[in-house]
Design a protein around this ligand. Structure first.
Ligand SMILES: C[S@@+](CC[C@H](N)C(=O)[O-])C[C@H]1O[C@@H](n2cnc3c(N)ncnc32)[C@H](O)[C@@H]1O
Length: 248
């Protein structure tokens, strides 16, 4: 089954979603909230496992919370981020303990030599991209053979749950209202069905090692009892989908 592509509204992936305009609000909101602090980041760190001594690239590193956690676990960390303001927050957090670059998956090759990283992380980034072909090929290029790409991305089934009339199989742009630290923000994403994700990964030269739908992290239930009241103990918290991909 192939995925058709449907585009509506603004679609320039270089300028979509201006994190400069809400960098501080996003960073403050997501520092220790449920979705990021008690779900996404712990899940990515769990999947990464023992990273001591590994050279890790965080693409779309935002304000650098994952880089800080990976650094604290002994990794040698590099971040790249298109938003100058997000990058500035990352610099404030990390000082010279991380190599930080402005840029991203925006058409130009990443500014790194071939095979320069053991792992790469794309945490909540790929769903901003209409086309995954060139970005995934470039991520594969900068990884050593056997290196890992760890991905967290909007869960395609959640899109269908929230938009029951939408066609699941169509790669489609859509927008959602968000509030970060009281600031209203419209984010625009690309829905991509699961088969289109897995096909893009394998076409770029990755082997799918893990697909994960993790539960919230320990401590989440005590801290966010209302939000998690309807999630059975130990059950997945369906929000994002996580992958560990191995560079063939
Ligand atoms: C939802 S935030 C996640 C930030 C960080 N990965 C984290 O988990 O805290 C998405 C980030 O992706 C960045 N971004 C958007 N488009 C991008 C692209 N084409 N390439 C790389 N990063 C991008 C944004 O500027 C923003 O910092």
């Amino acid at each position: 089954m192939s995925a058709d592509l449907e585009r509506s509204g603004p679609a320039d992936q270089a300028v979509t979603n201006d994190y400069d305009s809400f960098a501080e609000a996003y960073a403050a909101e997501t520092e220790s909230n449920l979705v990021n602090g008690y779900y996404t980041r712990p899940a990515v760190l769990d999947l990464a496992g023992d990273v001591a001594g590994r050279r890790i690239l965080d693409v779309g590193c935002g304000a650098g919370p994952l880089l800080a956690a990976l650094r604290d676990r002994g990794a040698i960390v590099t971040g790249i981020e298109p938003s100058a303001k997000m990058l500035d927050l990352a610099r404030q957090r990390l000082g010279d303990s991380a190599a930080l670059h402005q840029g991203g998956l925006r058409g130009d090759p990443l500014p790194f030599p071939d095979a320069s990283f053991d792992d790469a992380i794309a945490c909540l980034v790929l769903h901003y991209l209409a086309d995954w072909k060139a970005p995934l090929a470039d991520l594969r290029r900068v990884l050593v053979p056997g290196g890992r790409l760890i991905v967290a991305v909007n869960h395609p089934f959640v899109y269908k749950l929230l938009h029951p009339d939408a066609q699941y199989s169509v790669i489609r742009e859509y927008s959602e209202d968000n509030t970060f630290s009281g600031q209203s923000v419209v984010l625009t994403y690309w829905h991509r069905p699961l088969h289109a994700m897995t096909a893009a990964f394998t076409a770029a030269g990755f082997r799918i090692a893990v697909i994960s739908e993790p539960p919230p992290a320990p401590g989440a239930r005590e801290r966010f009892p209302d939000e998690l009241a309807k999630v059975p103990l130990g059950a997945s918290f369906l929000c994002f989908l996580f992958f560990v991909l191995e560079a063939a």
